[in-house]
Write a new protein. Structure first.
Length: 318
């Protein structure tokens, strides 16, 4: 929703409301001293007034700022500033022009055969970029804990950005005791579902769920109610249904974020047994079977795609 005229908010002029969730809203904005017509645009994320005074919500928001301040990597959204105005905490971040991976996939709907699926090479390229972003986070002791298509952004030129570190686990920070289950149900790891300790391999499990969904069209763990989904998550592993089927890549025209050159480059075959082994390892209940780091996961994906050529990445580099 375009704001005419732009609304002053602390050091910012809010030009457009571009998103809203349960706790926060996001605006396209410029600094006040740059004037309403000029300046570099940023994304301002601020808490909604009805939750802004809740201590737990404010702690989560502050944690997101701290997490992003620790991480500098091209696959993680960059934080530029943070503060509070009119008793509303805010974050200033780089403005990502593009779409979330959830928007790329679209609504799954009731029939799995109508769900959007990505060519395997495209899915693996995106997953490798996510793994690199996760590796950068883990190097500074940040565990995302909420990896899902909603929190993976694809820029208009095809780059991958991890966003929304609101429930991230930060080493040395308070409030990360066992027993609290946070994250989206279908993307939880077994240790999250059981209220156990989480680490970087928790994020890798969720990445396995995302890869599966990109290839098959639906997440691997589903059920008629919350309890049934949790039971499947805790048992983990690859579902019995085939990982590879004859599917159309999209149920509608591919989005601009995955351009035609990338789609063409992605059509080369891959070793299906290697992909199945990778996804199976990521979805293992036994953490020792998962890749040990994000770098290891990205390297394993690179081996499948062919050393020095990740298909989509090469297409975007041209």
């Amino acid at each position: 929703m375009r704001l005419e005229p732009p609304i002053p908010f602390g050091p910012w002029l809010l030009r457009e409301r571009i998103g809203v969730g349960g706790m926060a809203e996001v605006f396209r904005a410029v600094r006040t001293d740059q004037g309403p017509a000029g300046g570099t645009e940023v994304a301002i994320k601020r808490l909604l007034p009805h939750v802004a005074q809740e201590e737990t919500v404010r702690e989560l928001f502050a944690r997101e700022a701290e997490a992003l301040e620790r991480i500098t990597h091209p696959n993680v959204v960059a934080i530029l500033d943070h503060g509070e105005s009119r008793e509303l905490p805010w974050l200033a971040m780089e403005l990502i022009e593009g779409a979330s991976l959830r928007e790329v996939l679209g609504d799954r709907g009731a029939q799995a055969d109508l769900a959007a699926r990505l060519p395997v090479r495209v899915a693996l390229h995106l997953a490798a970029e996510v793994a690199r972003g996760l590796a950068a986070a883990w190097r500074v002791a940040v565990v995302h804990r909420d990896i899902s298509p909603t929190n993976i952004q694809i820029t208009s030129d095809g780059r991958v950005k991890l966003v929304d570190f609101g429930i991230a686990r930060l080493a040395g920070a308070a409030g990360h005791s066992q027993g609290s289950v946070r994250g989206k149900l279908a993307y939880l790891s077994p240790e999250q579902a059981e209220g156990g300790l989480v680490d970087g391999q928790t994020d890798l499990f969720a990445l396995g769920v995302v890869i599966y969904e990109l290839i098959v069209g639906t997440p691997p763990y589903q059920g008629e109610d919350r309890g049934a989904v949790l039971d499947r998550v805790i048992r983990a592993g690859l579902p019995d249904q085939p990982l590879f089927t004859a599917v159309r890549p999209f149920s509608r025209r591919p989005p601009a974020e995955l351009d035609a050159a990338a789609i063409v480059a992605a059509c080369a075959p891959v070793d299906q047994s290697a992909v199945k082994a990778l996804v199976g390892a990521l979805l293992s209940r036994d953490r020792r079977q998962r890749p040990i780091t994000g770098e290891a996961a990205a390297a394993a994906i690179g081996d499948i795609l062919g050393e020095g050529d990740d298909g989509v990445g090469a297409a975007h580099a041209r």
